[in-house]
Design a protein around this ligand. Structure first.
Ligand code: HEM
Length: 418
């Protein structure tokens, strides 16, 4: 067992978990992981069992291989996204006194089919590739503005200067929310990213209530005066044949906020960190900007960074491992994308890779709804950064720092250039 003070306490191992599939790893606090996440993931891929149970953070399974993650993601009957079953949530809500505030839920990410499909449908249209192309111009303007501001300073922490403000501003623009209030949203994103380090459900609910309360005025206003934005579009949608309600709108706001902001922040930061360490790659992409799309995809594979959660919904034997109802499972997608049986020499960042189909956006019914938007944001940032900033590198005086958790990534990436 690791003897690291930041690791969570050790949970009692359930009887159905054997020694052979037990391995100690704390996805929040493991010192080597927090020091350099993907180095540690490569170490786990080599040394840990392909599916293992860790006693940390209350005890849970970790799926390491591509095959395990692929199949579990598609098996919604065995691997439920309802970490708290919907029936239980409905029963709790029914007991709340009349007039209690609506407790927003990040739907559809936390429900299973068939309801999942009904809740996903309205968002699917809003985030189609065609709809996203309409945003291209404003994403580029925003990226240029942030990059030029950082450039004028002669360097800076890329996470704070570009990676974090960019998706927040795009979120506000898509939703038609007032840009003047961006500081409130940025503070909430920061709190959400820090909250990713612990699972206090009361703190999560408090943050979600804060988010819906700052959005409510605009949400209600758009019902009366529809405009060309996402909120107005969602008001005109139906779920299971019924018009959407304020509660539905609040659920959608919450899911897009939690799923669409810190993911992009971390994605861009991983990518720019790799570029900063690899001047040859910068040169190659500056000379051949048409390669940036492929480069961005390979960055997503090499530095996959989200870890979705599932609950075992019925006792099962999964790829030879006994799992019991209510066991918790981490889809450790970062390891799946470094599985050498799927990607030869998986460790190598390789623009010529034959199999470039990664699992960074998940797979199965919950596959990322925002992948077209995310891809656009990543690609445009790389294009504009490479076009505007001369060869950049990491500031040797300011080390890169990282966080672990469900969205793993750098907190600080200080850049310098001549
Ligand atoms: C590089 C950035 C991103 C990555 C790596 C990423 C990754 C993922 C992954 C792995 C899932 C599957 C979760 C699961 O299986 O439980 C997911 C779901 C989702 N993502 Fe993303 N995401 C990104 C950006 C975005 C953006 C920009 C948005 C929207 C603004 C978004 C919205 C969603 C939504 C709504 C879901 C839930 C889909 C469902 O449950 O049907 N994501 N994302």
């Amino acid at each position: 067992m690791n003897d690291v003070s930041t690791n969570s306490p050790v949970a009692q191992r359930p009887a159905h978990v054997t020694d052979a599939v037990t391995y100690d790893f704390d996805m929040f606090g493991d010192a080597a992981y927090v020091a350099d996440p993907h180095k540690r993931i490569l170490d786990l891929v080599k040394n840990a069992p392909p599916i293992f149970w860790t006693p940390r953070n209350g005890g849970h399974w970790m799926l390491m291989t591509h095959s395990a993650n692929f199949h579990a993601s598609r098996d919604t009957e065995g691997f439920s996204s309802e970490i708290v079953p919907q029936a239980m949530i409905k029963a709790m809500m029914a007991k709340m006194p009349p007039g209690s505030p609506h407790i927003p839920q990040p739907l559809p990410i936390t429900i299973d089919p068939p309801d999942h499909t009904a809740y996903r449908m309205p968002l699917q249209r809003a985030f189609s590739p065609k709809a996203m192309l309409g945003l291209q111009k404003s994403i580029r303007e925003l990226a240029v503005d942030l990059i030029e501001k950082m450039k004028a300073k002669g360097g800076g922490n890329f996470v704070d200067e570009v990676a974090e403000p960019m998706p927040v501003q795009i979120f506000l623009k898509m939703f038609g929310l007032p840009l003047e209030r961006q500081q409130e949203y940025r503070t909430l994103v920061k709190e959400h990213m820090e909250g990713n380090q612990n699972h206090d459900p009361r703190a999560i609910v408090a943050r979600m209530l804060k988010l819906t309360s700052i959005m409510r005025e605009t949400v209600l206003e758009r019902k009366e005066n529809p405009q060309d934005d996402l909120i107005s579009m969602l008001w005109q949608s139906e779920i299971n044949g019924k018009p959407t309600t304020l509660a539905d709108l609040e659920n959608y706001c919450v899911v897009l906020f939690t799923a669409g902001l810190d993911t992009v922040v971390n994605g861009i930061s991983h990518g720019v960190l790799h570029l900063a360490k690899n001047p040859d790659l910068q040169r190659e992409l500056r000379a051949n900007p048409e390669k940036i799309h492929g480069a961005s995809e390979e960055l997503l594979r090499r530095y996959t960074f989200t870890v979705p959660l599932r609950r075992i919904a019925k006792d099962l034997n999964f790829q030879g491992v006994e799992m019991k109802t209510n066991d918790r499972v981490m889809l450790f997608l970062p390891a799946a994308d470094l599985d050498s049986s799927e990607y030869p020499e998986a460790e190598r960042y390789d623009l010529q890779r034959q199999n470039s189909v990664h699992i960074a956006f998940g797979v199965g019914p919950h596959r990322c709804l925002g992948s077209h938007l995310a891809r656009l944001e990543l690609q445009i940032v790389y294009e504009e950064l490479l076009a505007r900033v001369p060869e950049f590198r990491l500031d040797p005086d300011k080390p890169v720092t990282y966080h672990g958790g469900h969205v793993v990534g750098p907190d600080a990436v200080w850049l310098r250039w001549n």
